[in-house]
Write a protein that binds this ligand. Structure first.
Ligand SMILES: Cc1cc2nc3c(=O)[nH]c(=O)nc-3n(C[C@H](O)[C@H](O)[C@H](O)COP(=O)(O)OP(=O)(O)OC[C@H]3O[C@@H](n4cnc5c(N)ncnc54)[C@H](O)[C@@H]3O)c2cc1C
Length: 525
């Protein structure tokens, strides 16, 4: 038995760290216990070959909630950008690449693909960024109760409706028309360039189990556009030193607020006494007592593994078991002997985000096999070469390439052990079509399938949002009704991870909102 804390947090992913920092600032005695040898969860930097470091999970910072960055003074705790506003380059198989310097904006290269799209894209951008602003407003708040709440909940619901109404009649109608439909229909209505539509379509499905023709893919695009980097809405950034620099700054902020952080401390059980969470038991057998337990682990792990169904009613257990949380994104890391060359790509753009999604059909065809437990023979890919702008990541003259690859289903027919190498070859060959000779530069490689992501980061299903961002798993229904406001059916147990509102991505909003909710609930005891 070890000393008692006000709050013990299971997991030192970025949301656990943010939650710890806010609770520490509110004068709670907090302990974070993390199973892995290091902090950060899916937002870490790791050396995958001697001298080559990469952001091992998340690789682009574009969702960090500005209030979290400000309140925790992440810049003061050492967060720097190697690239604060990366362009996106939609790679064209013929070398006529399209450069998008900001979110949904293109430079003169668009004219080579469509004369009319420049004007049409500007109009689409104005509307989508406005709608994304609405999504952003909801991300930083605890969702209201749907029924049985008090005046505060009714006020919050009223505010939500008012914010939609405030869009004005035309935009409100358009928002309600498109928010739950598929991105391919919207893009086909508005634009003609296949390359442009493919790149935007990929953004709408990255990290999800959707294809561009799946319902709800407009919402997932808005979720992405709701983010910002370094104060610029929709911008994409690379932290200096990789994503571990972000969680490193968060850990420093938590410690500065008085939180204690322990690694190599896997929780095996949430301790329940008198029908209330009373602490955690670690793999070593040590019991840490606390007035409340906050879980940064995903909802299935939290309720089914660490708490146990015997403490919950059967309807709740069924809802948790049915959360859709099977990842379809893989991650490939390449250690390169020299800088790769992409046909037709100016060197100045190599430090941007390069996407292989030449049309909506290409992305949809990449998606199709994953529905049947097969990986894409021609995957859609988001590539960064962070060592172009951050020389801390690779030896002099050498480079690292980091790629998110869609689609690699968690439950691959025949299992990943037999297919991992073949899929890695497929991905390298696909990139090499745009960067001839790439294969010869590869000195080491690492492929993380959703099964590897599950093992390495402790996320069941290997899903980067800890659960799909679908209408039945959003807001006060995330992860499930009954646990949609961070408190759970077990008094004293709270959630703070990507599985709760607003979802995944390196944002910190779930951790911030959970701390607020815990303080509110515990004040009522
Ligand atoms: C391959 C990949 C690429 C991604 N790319 C991006 C991107 O480019 N940009 C972006 O914004 N987002 C990206 N994401 C999503 C983002 O990384 C996650 O949504 C986010 O990091 C989740 O943070 P979290 O703190 O909620 O949970 P996690 O990061 O999953 O942290 C949970 C922590 O809990 C710990 N834990 C679990 N069980 C226990 C236990 N029993 N005892 C103790 N500790 C435990 C885990 O070890 C882990 O550290 C990506 C994710 C993946 C996997």
């Amino acid at each position: 038995m070890t000393g008692s804390y006000d709050v013990v947090i299971v997991g030192g992913g970025h949301n656990g760290l943010v939650c710890a920092a806010y609770l520490g600032r509110a004068k709670r005695r907090v302990l974070v216990v993390e199973a892995a040898a290091g902090l950060g969860g899916c937002a870490v930097s790791a050396e995958f070959a001697p001298g080559f470091t990469v952001s091992a999970g998340a690789h682009i910072l574009h969702l960090l909630h500005p209030k979290v960055a400000r309140d925790l003074d992440l810049a003061g705790h050492g967060l720097r950008y190697a690239n604060a506003d990366m362009p996106t380059v939609a790679l064209d198989p013929g070398g006529k690449h399209l450069v998008l310097p900001g979110a949904l904006t293109a430079d003169g290269s668009l004219a080579a693909h469509s004369a009319s799209d420049a004007a049409n894209l500007a109009a689409l951008r104005r509307r989508l960024m406005r709608f994304a602003g609405l999504v952003r407003e909801f991300q930083g708040t605890v969702p209201p109760r749907l029924g049985g709440g008090g005046w505060k909940d009714r006020l919050k619901l009223g505010k939500m409706a008012w914010r939609v109404r405030r869009l004005g009649r035309d935009d409100m109608r358009e928002f309600l028309r498109i928010v739950l439909i598929n991105i391919a229909d919207v893009l086909d209505d508005e634009l003609e360039s296949d390359l442009l539509k493919g790149a935007i379509g990929l953004d709408a499905v990255l990290g999800t189990g959707l294809g561009p023709r799946s319902p709800n893919s407009v919402f997932s695009l808005l979720y992405r556009l709701a983010g910002e980097a370094n104060g610029t809405p929709g911008a994409l950034a690379l932290p200096e030193g990789g994503m571990g620099a972000v969680t490193g700054a968060m850990a420093k902020a938590a410690e500065a607020a008085g939180a204690a952080l322990r690694t190599d401390a896997a929780v095996t059980r949430i301790v329940v006494e008198d029908d209330r969470a009373a602490g955690v038991e670690l793999a070593s057998g040590e019991v840490v007592r606390a007035g409340a337990v906050v879980s940064n682990a995903d909802p299935k792990t939290t309720f089914l593994t660490l708490l146990g169904a015997e403490h919950l009613d059967t309807g709740f257990v069924r809802r948790i078991a049915n959360i859709r949380a099977r990842g379809r994104a893989a991650k490939l890391h390449l250690a390169l002997d020299a800088r790769p060359e992409f046909t037709g790509l100016e060197a100045a753009h190599l430090g941007g985000r390069l996407v292989i999604a030449p049309s909506l059909d290409y992305v949809e065809r990449a998606f199709n096999p994953s529905k049947y437990g097969e990986y894409s023979p021609a995957p859609a890919i988001e590539i960064t070469i962070p060592s172009i702008t951050d020389r801390t990541l690779a030896p002099e003259g050498k480079h690292v390439l980091s790629a998110v690859v869609q689609y690699a289903p968690y439950a691959l027919k025949g299992g990943w052990d037999a297919a991992r190498d073949d899929f890695a070859d497929t991905v390298v060959e696909t990139i090499a079509r745009y960067a001839p000779g790439l294969e010869r530069l590869v000195v080491a490689r690492e492929l993380l399938t959703p099964v590897d992501i599950e093992r390495r980061f402790g996320v069941s299903g290997g899903h980067w949002h800890h659960g799909e961002l679908a209408p039945d798993q959003l807001l006060m229904m995330r992860p499930v009704p009954g646990a949609g406001r961070y408190d759970t059916p077990l008094p004293g147990l709270y959630l703070c991870g990507a599985g709760s509102h607003p979802g995944g991505g390196v944002m910190g909003a779930a951790g911030m909102n959970a701390a607020r909710r815990l303080i509110e609930c515990e004040a009522r005891r």
